[in-house]
Design a protein around this ligand. Structure first.
Ligand code: C2E
Ligand code: CA
Ligand code: CA
Length: 518
């Protein structure tokens, strides 16, 4: 066969070439016709057809695999987006989804008097459920709450978990009155008792409402709903508060105080006042309670009720408490070593906050402070509020028992203000309770009060504990308490809390209290 007649003499060669060109162009359906000759050229054609067949199969398989992978990729993408927008515990939307939905509702604009609204809820008392019953039960409580909130809203409303025990609801189109009514419906649905793993629990909520004013950003609106929610917390909880611009101001004041308090603790703006605790029979001093004040550079003396709660909320309380501990112990050391004041034998009482009991290093701090002042641990009494200890978890118990072993005194403060559970009192490693001043303040005006005081005293004694009575303001009260067998008391009648130097002067010149003017 010569090259010259290659294509002209046998038309099959032309067909073959044609077919190969089409196959190469991607048309895998192409097949070349085989002639009856069944010669070598037909063999090449059949081989080419087989190759085309194989190519087609491989190609189809490849196509299927690509399709499957593409679908998997799409699904993964969707799942990721869902995950990024969903709270894994409750299956509710999360914060980003909420912010997106709010921005969309804002963009959709107002319909008449209707606008989008945000309800922000924060659970009251959830932390103590988590602390005392553990996170598994805590998680179940959150799931139950999520279901209740979802059940209390309308089809078109969006429920989200913002994190922790905070939930939010976006109402896309409501009047302020409608928003408040839905908010209250949610609050009512949330407070009902729930049973989880045999535990009967209750968990209220505080709520802030912010109507979306046009032109306000989603983040800004959410922050303002949060501020309204905090107002509800500060105002006794469990209520719905509507955001008002004035709230921004009080929040700013508080934030300013937070910043300044940090400096106050680090600098030397805190001062301790000391209030004597008196033996009712001999009128000698048996203890002093250290009470902290903040000597503010422009506002003057600020009382602890105004800044202790802030210190507790912001975690500054451990630094503050550490300073109180060291300063008070150092002052006691001075009184005990100065020959002019060492004739008195009394202990130092300091107030300890719930957060301190949660810190493992607290026991070490106490041990160190006492060691560096070279004082016997029995000379220090820690006053713990009832609410701090009654919710006691393992950490509390560990800290209290370690303190007990160290040898410091432990006293329940503000006894009778609510939480009292006698069985709990008996199990706690405390030796003294301080009866809240409200019990005494009713003496005189309420004829049944003397009987109540005697009963309270009997109850404390039955638990094997000693009682200190606070808030004694008159000689009659002191006399009455002595009459029913009380041994220790504290109050304005004996002495107001005094700066250290002032009490030093009294200690130098007086043996009994109240000191008479001379
Ligand atoms: P508290 O432990 O119940 O302290 C007694 C409070 O009652 C003191 O108020 C004291 O000035 C006041 N008081 C004393 N005698 C009388 C009286 O006869 N009548 C009346 N009406 N009140 C009397 P203060 O100093 O304002 O302290 C308030 C609370 O602040 C304290 O209550 C305590 O819970 C807390 N606190 C004070 N210092 C500290 C501290 O260093 N650390 C912590 N964590 N809390 C502190
Ligand atoms: Ca106290
Ligand atoms: Ca008290």
């Amino acid at each position: 066969m010569s090259e010259g007649n290659f294509s002209t003499e046998d038309p099959r060669l032309g067909l073959l070439l044609d077919g190969i060109v089409r196959l190469a162009a991607g048309d895998l359906n192409t097949r070349i016709e085989v002639s009856d000759a069944r010669d070598e050229i037909d063999a090449v054609i059949m081989g080419t057809n087989l190759l085309a067949e194989d190519l087609q199969i491989i190609y189809e398989e490849l196509e299927q695999r690509v399709n499957a992978r593409t679908q998997q990729l799409n699904e993964a993408h969707l799942a990721m987006r869902h995950m990024a927008m969903t709270d894994p515990l409750t299956g509710l939307n999360n914060r980003s989804a909420f912010a997106n939905a709010l921005a969309e509702a804002q963009a959709a604009g107002q319909k008449g008097s209707k606008r989008p609204a945000i309800l922000l809820l924060d659970m009251d008392g959830f932390k103590s459920i988590n602390d005392t019953l553990g996170h598994t039960i805590g998680d179940k409580v959150l799931e139950t709450l999520a279901a209740r909130i979802s059940g209390a809203v309308r089809e078109q409303d969006m429920v989200a978990r913002m994190g922790g025990d905070e939930f939010a609801v976006m109402l896309p189109d409501v009047t302020p009155a409608e928003a408040a009514s839905i908010g209250n419906r949610i609050l009512a649905s949330v407070v009902g008792a729930m049973e989880i793993e045999g535990q009967h629990l209750r968990c209220g909520a505080s709520m802030g409402l912010r109507m979306a004013d046009p032109g306000h950003g989603a983040e800004e609106l959410m922050m303002e709903a949060d501020i309204a929610m905090y107002e509800s917390k500060a105002d006794g909880r469990g209520k719905l508060k509507v955001f008002e611009p004035a709230m921004l101001h009080s929040r700013q004041m508080r934030n300013q105080l937070v910043g300044e308090l940090k400096e106050a603790i680090a600098g030397s703006q805190l001062v301790l006042y000391y209030q004597p605790i008196i033996r009712l029979d001999t009128r000698e001093i048996e203890g002093v309670e250290a009470l902290v004040r903040w000597n503010h550079p422009t506002r003057g003396l600020i009382m602890p009720d105004e800044f202790i709660p802030i210190a507790e909320e912001t975690g500054m309380i451990s630094d503050l408490g550490g300073w109180v501990l060291r300063t008070a112990v150092e002052q006691l050391k001075q009184w005990r070593s100065d020959p002019l004041t060492s004739g008195h034998d009394f202990s130092m009482r300091i107030n300890v906050s719930a957060a301190d009991l949660q810190r493992l290093e607290f026991v070490e701090d106490v041990r160190e402070a006492l060691a560096s002042a070279n004082l016997d641990p029995s000379l220090l009494v820690l006053e713990l509020t009832e609410s701090a200890v009654i919710l006691g978890n393992d950490l509390d118990r560990y800290t209290l028992n370690s303190l007990r072993r160290l040898g410091v005194g432990l006293e329940i403060d503000d006894f009778g203000t609510g939480y009292s559970s006698i069985s709990y009192l008996r199990r706690l490693p405390v030796d003294t309770v301080k009866v809240d001043r409200t019990l005494l303040s009713a003496l005189g005006s309420d004829p049944s009060q003397p009987a109540l005081l005697a009963a309270v005293l009997q109850l404390i004694r039955a638990c094997g504990l000693n009682a200190v009575w606070e808030g004694i303001e008159t000689a009659e009260q002191a006399q009455y308490l002595l009459g029913i067998g009380c041994t220790s008391g504290q109050g304005y009648y004996f002495s107001r809390p005094l700066p250290g130097e002032q009490l030093t002067e009294q200690l130098k010149h007086h043996k009994t209290w109240p000191v008479t003017a001379d």
